[in-house]
Design a protein around this ligand. Structure first.
Ligand code: RFL
Length: 410
């Protein structure tokens, strides 16, 4: 895809102030903010509505993100149904160590599966606020991004016809594998990338959680994680070599490794069940700077990826969306472009903060199994410090829960 390709002729294009590419948490939140301010927009999504409402992924939201959704009328179901967590548990050296972060910070983690949030956001955007959303689109292409009137082109899935939408701004919220990020070539943006050289086998079990909070198992054979998603479904992670084949992980092997790596004195037994998702994630991060080229503004995973080490990706996607939605409304309803001018810089502060914490936490999770006794020793020291030093514990809790935004931000 290139923004320099010639426009097809013959269509009768209808102008929209904003075209949003991608109906994930970022794109749908921007769309909802625009609709609430009566700004016309269209959301283009390659998948079907049923698909995006069921795609399993994240589940942990930070308190400020929940309040940001609530303030925009987007958290009614979430507030009624999400679980609030106030502790997590580390297991290492055969023992359990509870870490109560709410007691230190007065803030919670909210557990609400991403498919439920996406379902709520689509319903609010399309069915309540009357937003235009087109599913199953193909061959999305962008043109004239550095002019005043960019155009988005796509293929209609029903008719196979090319459609053109002239607009004022394009929101690139099409995730890590979308097309908008590929337009930010090295002459337009800088991309920083970090590869962890670690894989995680991401698992979803159709089984109730085995513990009343998130568990991090730090074990010489590899990290293991346990995260509740709902009373019926639990996410587990197992560290594995990057590029491992999930077929090499039959269910018996998975449960036996989970029992070993999450085992500790007094720990309740794991509640086993059918494994409904089994995929290997090659852990890596990237950041695109700036998150803007001309009239294209990136948001969420399209702009920056954080491996699910610290459960930050969806939170960052919402942070971008709050700032970008508000900035577009200011620009399009009041002619005030200040928010858009500062958008990238305002997002990147939090992005880099979370990148650094993810990298720090990755060492804590994986140092013990790295095969490097020096790294194993230093990361065990980090772990002990969180429990031994109130100041270190508070610093960890603040980063784990994410700092509250500056009140002037929203
Ligand atoms: P999304 O959710 O990927 O949505 C992008 C949408 O764009 C569509 N798309 C296109 N549409 C039109 N044209 C194109 N050319 C397109 N190409 C793609 C896609 O179909 C999709 O619908 O991006 P967004 O909105 O930026 O949201 C980001 C979050 O989804 C992501 O950061 C999180 O899922 C990351 N993550 C977690 N984040 C947290 O904050 N807390 C967690 O607990 C957490 N756990 C996780 C996670 C990600 C995981 N995986 C699968 C990598 C657990 C896992 C296993």
């Amino acid at each position: 895809m290139t923004d320099a390709s010639p426009l097809p002729s013959g269509a009768l294009p209808l102008h929209k102030p904003v075209v949003v590419i991608g109906a994930g948490p970022a794109g749908l939140t921007v769309g909802n903010i625009l609709r609430a301010a009566s700004v016309d927009c269209v959301v283009l999504e390659t998948e079907s509505r049923a698909f995006i409402e069921q795609r399993p992924r994240a589940g942990v939201l930070e308190e400020w993100a929940v309040r940001g959704l609530e303030r925009r009328g987007l958290a009614v179901n979430l507030l009624a149904r999400a679980q609030r967590h106030s502790e997590c548990e580390f297991r290492f050296g055969g023992e359990r160590y509870r870490f109560g972060y709410t007691g230190l910070t007065d803030r919670h983690h909210w557990v609400y599966p991403q498919p439920l949030l996406v379902t709520d956001l689509v319903r609010e955007y399309a069915d309540v606020r009357g937003g235009d959303i087109r599913f199953g689109v193909r061959d999305v292409r962008l043109h004239d991004l550095d002019g005043d009137r960019p155009t988005v082109e796509y293929t209609d899935p029903d008719t196979g016809e090319h459609r053109l939408i002239p607009c004022d701004f394009v929101v690139g919220a099409d995730g890590a594998r979308g097309v908008t990020r590929t337009l930010l070539t090295p002459d337009r943006a800088h991309i920083s990338r970090h590869d962890y050289a670690i894989g995680w086998l991401a698992l979803l079990a159709e089984a109730p959680p085995s513990n009343d909070c998130v568990v991090f198992g730090i074990h010489p054979d590899g990290f293991a994680g346990h995260m509740a998603r709902s009373p019926e479904v639990t996410r587990y992670y197992l560290e594995c070599p990057p590029g491992d084949d999930p077929a090499d992980w039959p269910d018996d092997r998975v449960w036996s490794e989970l029992r070993k790596r999450l085992g500790a004195n007094g720990a309740p037994p794991l509640t086993e069940g059918p494994l409904i998702e089994k995929r290997v994630l090659d852990m890596h991060n990237y950041v695109v700077e700036p998150m803007r080229f001309g009239r294209l503004l990136l948001a969420g995973d399209a702009a920056h990826l954080t491996a699910p080490i610290a459960a930050k990706g969806m939170n960052l996607a919402l942070h971008d969306a709050f700032l970008l939605g508000d900035a577009l409304v200011s620009r399009l309803t009041r002619g005030d472009g200040t928010g858009l001018a500062g958008y990238s810089a305002a997002c990147l502060g939090r992005v880099w903060d979370y990148q650094e914490f993810s990298q720090w936490l990755s060492d804590v999770y994986h140092g013990t199994s790295s095969g490097d006794p020096y790294l194993a020793g230093t990361t065990q020291a980090r772990l002990r410090r969180i429990f031994a030093s109130p100041a270190a514990g508070l610093a960890f809790a603040e980063q784990y829960l994410g700092k509250d935004p500056d009140p002037q931000e929203y």
